[in-house]
Design a protein around this ligand. Structure first.
Ligand code: PLP
Ligand code: MN
Length: 372
């Protein structure tokens, strides 16, 4: 039987059951405006990473505010986001293995505005061979970016001769059209020291633009040079040759990013939770545990800093306070600020977006669970 519970636009937050993922629209819109005001005047294209929001509605809002296109991490995210009506996507993870390559071909047949990254000869050959078996794609090679390792040591071909050899290989395959280079410096996003983050970022950017120069000297027409996240985009935007920035988390932020980049952007998303039990004078239990808030970047924080969160397993968490602080009681509501936004959103089906406590919009997390 379907649940009798169906929150609607116009309802107040008090009517929501918990845990619920809620977004303060005023704060979110301010975050978007701040990012656009900072980065659009630099002339760079903003292609926000939708691995954070997993939402086509939010992709459209970001584009309405000045962004162009979006990134997704995985192929299955691209399937979900295109299905939800947003098509201009860069898939930032490598597409490897026969099942995935087959899915890519099907996706590309339906949506030509998809671009991909490649960091290996094997990956390039497999995608080329699958695409070249499709007669209707004969004149439609897929746009490809070489994924370059600029220090992250996660994916990306090594700079120098290996990168050039990969570019030549891609250039020789007629179903692939080399348009750019991605060099993502993910290892630097959360460095707490701003000067250190900037210095290391500029070193990574040098590796990126030097590689682009080498590609151009070898005759490749490189149009797109894409990089950057919430922690580094402002530095990347100062580097001549960088054309595109991929920040994601800034729209909602989390405690880990707040500790790294400060409070320029606000925490606009919280997990609304209910006190379900009282445990002594200075502790209550809330209904948000590991299934509502991830812990990989430390524990979530209560929006009211007087109450300290502790994890009590899958379904529960504790809130403690010092003597003299007003007690929480059974039935009270609290808002929890996630420590790492992207995997926390992946735990929830919908966003309830409110303005001053009234629900204004309800958005599906379109690519929730799309990890393939
Ligand atoms: N680009 C790539 C390739 C990423 O993997 C990520 C995040 O992991 C981002 C951009 C966005 O970074 P952030 O959410 O830190 O802004
Ligand atoms: Mn993240």
């Amino acid at each position: 039987m379907a649940s009798s519970y169906s929150p609607k636009v116009g309802d107040r937050l008090e009517s929501l059951d918990t845990p619920s993922m809620i977004v303060d629209l005023d704060l979110m819109e301010e975050n978007i405006k701040k990012l656009m005001d900072k980065l659009l005047p630099t002339g760079r294209n903003i292609r926000p990473h939708l691995k954070t929001t997993k939402s086509a509605v939010l992709a459209r809002k970001l584009n309405a505010a000045g962004a162009k296109g979006g990134c997704v991490a995985k192929l299955s995210e691209a399937e979900a986001i295109t299905e939800a009506g947003f098509e201009d996507l860069l898939i930032t993870c490598e597409i490897i293995g026969a099942p995935k390559v087959k899915r890519l071909v099907q996706l590309y047949k339906k949506h030509r505005n998809i671009r991909i990254v490649i960091d290996s000869h094997e990956g390039a050959t497999a995608i080329h061979e699958a695409l070249s078996q499709e007669p209707d794609l004969a004149n439609d090679p897929i746009d490809v970016l070489v994924d370059l390792d600029v220090g992250l040591r996660r994916t990306g071909v090594a700079p120098g001769e290996p990168a050039l050899a990969l570019a030549r290989h891609i250039g020789s395959l007629k179903s692939l059209h080399l348009i750019g280079v991605q060099g993502y410096e993910g290892h630097l996003q959360h460095l707490h020291d701003r000067e250190d983050r900037k210095k290391q970022c500029l070193e990574s950017m040098k590796t990126l633009v030097d590689t682009v120069d080498a590609f151009r000297q070898a005759g490749f027409d490189i149009q797109v040079v894409t990089t950057g996240g919430t922690g580094t985009a402002e530095f990347c935007a100062t580097v001549p040759g960088v054309t595109e920035l991929q920040p994601g988390s800034f729209i909602f932020m989390d405690t880990d990013y707040r500790n790294a980049v400060g409070t320029f952007y606000s925490n606009s998303l919280t997990i609304l939770s209910t006190v379900v039990s009282k445990q002594g004078d200075q502790q209550v239990t809330i209904d948000s545990g590991l299934k509502s808030l991830t812990t990989d970047s430390g524990l979530a924080e209560c929006k009211d800093p007087r109450y300290t969160y502790g994890c009590l397993g899958d379904e529960h968490g504790s809130l403690n306070w010092e003597e003299g602080t007003p007690s929480l009681k059974v039935g009270d509501r609290v808002e929890m600020v996630p420590s790492h936004i992207d995997p926390t959103i992946n735990l929830h089906d919908v966003y309830y977006a409110h303005r001053k406590g009234v629900i204004e919009e309800i958005w599906k997390v379109d690519s929730r669970g799309k990890v393939q």
